[in-house]
Design a protein around this ligand. Structure first.
Ligand SMILES: Cc1ncc(COP(=O)(O)O)c(C=O)c1O
Length: 275
């Protein structure tokens, strides 16, 4: 099921700048019991992303209403919202009067194995590096070729997720997730001022950090050695919630209590799906 500019249809003009340049932003949202989880936060990030790209953001109320239509009666599903700058403009130059395109699409819920949340996942280090660009950093924009290349890398171990580094060997995030470590009693996550997507689940974990660890979290520079020597590592995104990391390449890690405490807290708050 898909709504384009509010109408049930699947066709978009080939002139749309989302197709030509990835000129737009998107959100991927978990739906449980007919409700899009953390919808307000997702709409807030979408509107903020549009502002940074100077795209005229649709009214959040319009997107909310379209989301409600597409979620109605769904026990479990995924909703993807996309806003592109629309059609028009000469080459790369945007047309100031372009009308943005809204796409609200529903997909079946991906059945992740329960073991990923309960026992953790093994991750690899991706060969594909993330480019640094402060003007795009943090935005969930539609240019996702780095993730497409990373996901396409050969992985004989068929691991669930890969860690992506920048050109300075700093760990930035997972292919589809953000990453946290717990060390010296404190939660740390990579600083995203030069690249990476500032995830909604990452924000929720940062906000819950003090409650769970008693300490303020830290956004800082981390490398692979920091992850391997941490007390715990875990991944976050809006669909998976929190997945502990049980191994990085050949190195096994401890699946610990902080990830479990955060899973419990955020599930109770209705931010994460539950069984
Ligand atoms: C590259 C990337 N980083 C981080 C995230 C996590 O974002 P969120 O917590 O908003 O789902 C995603 C989610 O799809 C992603 O694709």
């Amino acid at each position: 099921m898909m709504l384009i500019n509010g109408h049930a249809q699947t066709n978009l003009p080939a002139s749309d700048r989302g197709l030509h340049f990835g000129d737009g932003v998107f959100e991927t949202i978990a739906v449980q019991a007919g409700r899009a989880l953390c919808l307000e936060r997702h709409l807030g990030r979408l509107v903020a992303g549009c502002a940074r790209l100077s795209i005229a953001a649709p009214e959040p109320g319009t997107l909310e209403e379209e989301c409600a239509r597409i979620c109605d009666g769904q026990e479990r599903a995924v909703v993807k919202l996309m806003v592109t700058r629309g059609s028009g403009g000469r080459g790369y130059a945007p047309d100031k009067d372009a009308l943005p395109t809204r796409i609200v699409a529903r997909y079946p819920w991906p059945q992740y194995p329960a073991t990923s949340r309960n026992e953790g996942v093994a991750v690899r280090i991706c060969e594909t590096r993330l480019g640094r660009n402060a003007r795009l950093a943090g935005i969930k924009h539609l240019n996702r070729l780095e993730q497409v290349l990373a996901r396409g890398e050969h992985d004989p171990g068929q691991r669930d997720e890969g860690l992506m580094l920048d050109d300075r060997d700093r760990v930035i995030e997972g292919i589809m997730s953000n990453v946290f470590i717990h060390r010296d009693g404190r939660l740390c996550t990579p600083d995203l001022s030069e690249c990476g997507v500032a995830g909604i689940m990452r924000d929720l974990v940062l906000e819950a950090s003090r409650e769970v660890t008693g300490q303020a979290p830290e956004c800082t520079q981390l490398d692979v050695a920091d992850l391997i020597t941490a007390d715990e590592c875990f991944l976050t995104n809006s669909l998976i919630g929190i997945w502990p990391i049980k191994a990085i390449e050949e190195k096994s890690l401890r699946v610990g209590p902080v990830a479990r405490a955060l899973q419990k807290l955020l599930t109770e708050r209705g931010a994460m799906t539950h069984d």
